[in-house]
Every structure is written in structure tokens, then in C-alpha cells.
Write a protein that binds this ligand. Sequence first.
Ligand code: ADP
Length: 366
Amino acid sequence: MEPSPENLKVAVRVRPLLSIDRSQDTIVYFGENEEIRVSDGEHYISSTYNKIFRPEASQDEIFDFVSPALGQTIKGFNCTIFAYGQTGSGKTYTMFGADWEMNNPAAQIYYENGAQMRRKSQLESIDHPLDNPIKQGIIPKSIAMLFQNTQEKEITYYSSFLQIYNEKIYDLLQDPRRDKALNIRESKMYGIYVEGLAEFVVENAEDCFMLLAKGDRNRAVRQTRFNHHSSRSHTIFQLLLERDKANKRGVLKKGKLNFCDLAGSEKYDKENTMAHEHVQELTKINKSLSALGKVIFCLGTGNATHIPYRDSKLTRLLQDSLGVSTRTILIATVSPSAGYAEETISTLKFADRAKQVMVKIKKNEI
Ligand code: ADP
């Protein structure tokens, strides 16, 4: 595939087969030129993306794919990196890091009580992904890179961390009990912002890591049949960069970097009776993911007069991050297991629609 315009890149990451997967047969095949095929005899898809990451791909390889866009944030572009895929497909691994869930207290309780019981000493021997570059996912690596590259420049960084749970926005750093839902506002000066969301000045990567770990502990999680915690909220960890001095034309440059870890795009479980609360969560998650799909589709068709950003909190928040003057990276994560053919195909279809935004931008540029 020829290099695409810089505005939007779509990659697929296939994680290794795990012993907990529903089936130990694999249904994912890799072709040339970043092609991926999924077929289980009943369902089929074949598509190409900017990049396909095979199960053996390292965290560094993934980061090399996203790092050019990060550089653009320093120049004042808004950049959003988001992970999309079914629960258990590797979103957290990709965004936060390997073994991240074992360091999350909610998951530890599960590991200590659950079927896959691990001894506490084993848990304690696992080093934290934030301390280990081999394990670090996109967010910690990006933070480290930004602070390394911009030490000399006069930039102030602000950091915030929010979650969208049941279509309501909560501050992950200030409101772990989800007591106070926040509203989205828009102004000429600040663009789209969340009223009342705490923005902390961060001076180095360690400050950011601290906020990241704190916010993650407060995230809404639920145990699923995948034997690990499942995120029930979309989260956006945001770094706002502000140049201390205006440029020659008197413009004070700002760049927003959004890391968006989307809640699992699960199907309703027909076999098990779900609690009402769980059904409600899932309905809201699916609704907002489908709104995101619609927005991406409208952008892609090129003749949409009304792009339905306001259909969900997620799309409204991402409004200034999906378009020509922004950088957007979508990493679709999938399992290779035959047990999730439908989910994998649906994830790849979603990523396909995102590619159409790229085509539209290409046409505009000619
Ligand atoms: P999600 O956030 O999509 O629900 P996770 O990131 O928690 O999924 O991944 C589910 C399981 O798969 C975890 O145990 C994780 O360590 C493992 N995993 C995910 N991606 C990879 C990968 N690329 N290599 C090795 N293990 C992975």
C-alpha cells in the first residue's frame, strides 16, 4: 500500500492466541501489502490497511507507527490515537502496556479470587509496565517521547483523564465514585472542552505516569467471561500543549493529544442472563460506538451535509479530532481465534469505514 496522507492512519493488530480463547483454531491469514483475511467458512472478509501488526509485533513497532503523528502535536495539530476492538482483543495491552491489568487493583482482586488464581508473590514479581520500556504501550511511550523532545522548548503541558460511562462524562482523576457528570462546552478560544474537568500542569513524564496510574485505578471495570477485567467506559487521557510565547503572527499555539481507549465492542450474551445494569452499559457502549462509526462514515462519503457528532458524548468530544487539520490514528485490535469470527469481522469492517475518511482527504488535496 502506498503511503497515505498524514491525516488518518488505520492499523490492525492481531494479538497472539491465548489459552483462554474460546477456540484454539485460528482464522486470520496474512497476505502481501498489508492485507488481512479472516474466514471461518461462514464469515469472510479481506482488506488492506496502512499497517497490519502480526502477533509477534513488539510494542516498539506499534509505537514507530504512531510516533510521526505525535510530532505534529508540537506544531499545534490535534492528534487522537484510539484503540477499537472487542473486549479481550488487546486494546489495553496496546494503549497502556503488557501486564497492565495485573497492576490494576480491580483485576488483582479477581486474579486472587478467580479460577486462574495467581499467588500474590507472583503478582508482586511482575514489574510495572510504566517502568519497563519493552512492556510500555503507546501512552507511556508517547509521554516519554514528548517530554524528551520538548525539554528545551517553552511549552506548558496540561493533563486530564476522563471516562464516558453510560453516556455521562466523569473526571477519572477527581471523581472515582462518579458522583458528578460533566458537560461538554465549545468556545472560539478553547474549542471543545469539558466544563469542570481538572487539568493538571505536568512537568515531566513521571507526573503524567502518576496521573495515568491514578486515573486507571478509578476506571469502571467489569469481569467478563474472558477471564479478565473488561472496561465498561471509554477513556480519554489528554495532554494539552501550550506554547508559552505567541508566534510572529501573535498566535498562541495549542495542540491536543488524545489517547482514547474505547470500551469493548461486545455483543449481547445470548447464553447467559445479563444483569439489567450490564445490559444498560452495553446498550450505551454499542450506541456510542455506532455513533462513532456513523460519523466516520459520513466523513467518508464526502456528501454529508450534517455530520452527527452530537449523537454521542464520544463523537462530540472527538469532533475536533476527526477531520482534515488533525491527525487521527485508529488501531483495531483482534484475536486470531475462530471463537470470535463475527466480532473480528465487525471490527475490521469498522476499520474499513475509517479508511474512507482517508480517501476523502486525498481527493480534497488534489
Ligand atoms: P482489552 O483491553 O481489549 O479488553 P487486553 O489488552 O486486556 O484486552 O488483552 C487481553 C489479554 O490478551 C491480556 O491478558 C493481554 O495481556 C493479552 N494480550 C493482548 N495483546 C497481546 C499481545 N500483543 N501480546 C501478548 N499478549 C497480549
